[in-house]
Design a protein around this ligand. Structure first.
Ligand SMILES: NC(=O)c1ccc[n+]([C@@H]2O[C@H](COP(=O)([O-])OP(=O)(O)OC[C@H]3O[C@@H](n4cnc5c(N)ncnc54)[C@H](OP(=O)(O)O)[C@@H]3O)[C@@H](O)[C@H]2O)c1
Length: 412
């Protein structure tokens, strides 16, 4: 059938076949759509590594790319510790974990409560983790948790007063890794430890960073700038964190075996991306549903976005040589900006972040102490009121029996 058809076109031309132009247009459209889809799907991970017994801590593992990465690693036998902002008793979380266990065939999936928008919550979790003696095994930390403000929405601050995007996307990772650093350095030298940061090509168009204080300025804020800036800061910090690990002299004199890896997953159809595209509005969501085929055509699936994370987690060559590499489409790529490796900026950013954390933590500790005092005073006053109430009740209460009998006695 195709041969006579092709022959007819070759010898008599396209118009000789009925509806030939329509057929040609349809075929052309299918080829173009297939090509776009093939290009947008991106590369697939082909690296495999034994993951049984490895302990992987992951932020953002409940949604989009992080969830697909968690599933991929759980299927390969890794023990997953999800850092989530809900309470581990949250029924949706319990359901999610049960589903993940069932789909991966792996029971070793747990959750720990860590709200990335709270320095206090991060400190509570991380200090509990490093307090363990001997140090707990830790093979990998995957930092996928993130937030963004949809275009047109106002600037938001966390309960501790820090600009939200800066806090969740950058400062939370800085704080978490700073506290966990001794636990990372205490791992045996033969353990291949990987700290994988979720990056985004938006870091390329971020305004330059001086010391990070810009992120807290209202004047310099816009949804896209704050997101891009948080990713640039994360990249600069990641490079500095690698140097911090490399500089550590182990008591046994052996080299440090922990490496930072950055992953740009490429644009993917995740809840986060949907929030951005729909501007966090209902009409935007309606438009997104109507035009869903565009998102399907031009964006990867969450599983597609997770491929470079799985590559970063399992590729053997990334466990050797220098750390701080950037992975995109399952291969190493160069950084698009030179300032990500600028030591002066990294130092200023590190120091400023430490200063901000110290200041906020001190203020919050004072607030908590005051609240505790107020609570105790309230409880005390309620307690004394109650005891006054009970004692007066003891006096007036037995009205029924004792006082009646007293009155009766007095009456006598
Ligand atoms: N999607 C893309 O096209 C794309 C492109 C380039 C880079 N990236 C990067 O890839 C990573 C994953 O992206 P995604 O689109 O899959 O993200 P997403 O769907 O928006 O998921 C974000 C995750 O972060 C968690 N999270 C947010 N705020 C938190 C908080 N305060 N405490 C604890 N967890 C919190 C969310 O938990 P809940 O669901 O419970 O709120 C969720 O699991 C991000 O770092 C993103 O910047 C994504």
């Amino acid at each position: 059938m195709p041969l006579p058809f092709i022959g007819e076109i070759l010898f008599n031309g396209v118009p000789s076949i009925p509806s030939s132009w329509t057929i040609l247009k349809v075929v052309l459209a299918i080829v173009v759509v297939g090509l776009i889809k093939w290009l947008s799907t991106g590369a697939s991970n082909t690296s495999e590594r034994q993951m049984h017994g490895k302990i992987v801590m992951i932020t953002g593992g409940t949604s989009g790319i992080g969830a697909a990465t968690a599933l991929g690693l759980a299927e390969r036998g890794a023990q997953i510790v999800l850092l989530v902002h809900q309470s581990p008793k949250d029924i949706f979380l319990v359901d999610y974990i049960e589903d993940l266990r069932e789909r991966s065939g792996n029971e070793l999936i747990y959750a720990e409560q860590v709200d990335l928008s709270s320095l206090y919550s991060i400190r509570q979790f991380a200090t509990k983790w490093i307090d363990n003696a001997p140090p707990r095994r830790l093979d990998m930390i995957i930092l996928c948790g993130s937030t963004l403000t949809p275009p047109g929405k106002p600037r938001a601050l966390t309960d501790e007063g820090i600009e939200e995007t800066w806090m969740v996307n950058y400062l939370a990772n800085f704080h978490l890794l700073s506290i966990l650093s001794p636990a990372i350095r205490a791992q045996p030298p033969d353990r291949d430890i990987r700290i994988i940061f979720a990056n985004c090509s938006s870091y390329m168009r971020s305004p330059p960073i001086k010391d990070g204080s810009e992120a807290m300025k209202k004047k310099e804020w816009s949804p896209s700038n704050s997101y891009a800036r948080s990713k640039l800061a994360l990249t600069i910090f990641g490079q500095a964190f690698q140097k911090h690990l490399d500089a550590y002299k182990r008591p046994d004199g052996l080299p440090m075996n922990a490496r930072v890896i950055f992953v740009d997953p490429g644009y993917s159809r995740t809840p986060g991306m949907r929030r951005w595209l729909t501007r966090g509005t209902l009409w935007g969501l309606g438009l997104y549903i109507v035009m869903w085929q565009n998102a399907w055509l031009f964006l990867k699936s969450s599983e597609g976005g997770a491929q470079s994370f799985l590559y970063a987690a399992m590729e053997a060559t990334l466990g050797r040589g220098a750390g701080g590499k950037m992975i995109k489409e399952c291969q190493e790529v160069n950084y698009a900006r030179t300032d990500v490796k600028d030591e002066k900026i990294a130092k200023a950013l590190w120091e400023n972040s430490e200063k901000l954390i110290e200041m906020v933590e001190r203020e919050e500790a004072v607030k908590r102490a005051l609240q505790k005092k107020e609570r105790e005073e309230l409880e005390k006053s309620q307690g004394s009121k109650q005891s006054v109430g009970t004692s007066s009740a003891t006096e007036s209460g037995p009205e029924t029996k004792n006082s009646k009998s007293r009155k009766q006695k007095r009456g006598k």
